[in-house]
Design a binder for this molecule. Sequence first.
Ligand code: C2E
Ligand code: MG
Ligand code: MG
Ligand code: MG
Length: 293
Amino acid sequence: NADVAKNRAKLDGRGSVWFFDQQLHDELLHQHRLVDRLEQALDSGGLSLHYQPQVSAVSGCIENLEALLRWQPAEGPPISPAEFIPLAERSDLIHRLGDWVMETACRQRAHWRDAGLAIERIDINFSGRQMSRSDVFERFEACLARHGLGPRHIGLELTENVLIEADDRILEGLRRLHHLGFRIAIDDFGTGYSSLSYLKHFPVTALKIDRTFVRDAPDQPEDRAIMEAAIFIGHRLGLEVVAEGVENREQLMLIREMRCDLVQGFYFFRPMPALEMERVLGGLVTGHQGFVG
Ligand code: C2E
Ligand code: MG
Ligand code: MG
Ligand code: MG
């Protein structure tokens, strides 16, 4: 353990190397166990999807939902997808997870359609490794077909880096979906290592401005400037612009002034389980009304 390692490091100079190895080893072991537990959770119904609305910045009406994966282990605190998705990406588990998310979101969307609930799309996040699977588009379309869904019902979110690293096969597949009328959003816009020129080649319909800009915009002129520029360029390219992570009224007011189209964030709704979402969509519960005026 760490104390032993420190003492050894004191005893001989090479000990520090041993200490580093030990830390790395512990970290890898921890990751390995986490992936094992994640796989068990997937097999035993331990995962769920939560849904977070995107609302119109003008009317506050719910326009679409984003599906977000949740893992609540039988014991202990929930584990964030920001932690376990990158780990799953290092193995084939990401493909099984991706299939599960797709199937669950499609089944839910079909269920809400049959129940007559008023929503448009559910958007699904796709990571880089998921897109590089050779039959990802066939699986996506097969899943929608199984549930009788089309481009109005399900959309995609990809980060800038995924788009930039996309090869011809992926771009061709995305162009096809875009042509069919599917909505494709660039997630976490402004945080990748992008040059803006990629925007003209890629078949996208929306930009989601990363929440770090939204968070800092009220206090930081630089973040405000970047947001304004992103909204301007998005609109000039005919894209819909979404602000992520809106947590307070001050941020909302700024974003509305900048003429952003949609907002998503805790100020309106936190991501919530399907049943709770259903109550909101059914009009039994309303979101934050504070944006009016
Ligand atoms: P993302 O796609 O950018 O999702 C938005 C994240 O912002 C979500 O975190 C959401 O809970 C959080 N968020 C929304 N509004 C607010 C707000 O007002 N304040 C703050 N502080 N946060 C807000 P979450 O659910 O922890 O997901 C983290 C990331 O994990 C996602 O970022 C996405 O990259 C990835 N992820 C989640 N679900 C999936 C999935 O089904 N498949 C894949 N491939 N990735 C997923
Ligand atoms: Mg997303
Ligand atoms: Mg995002
Ligand atoms: Mg993110």
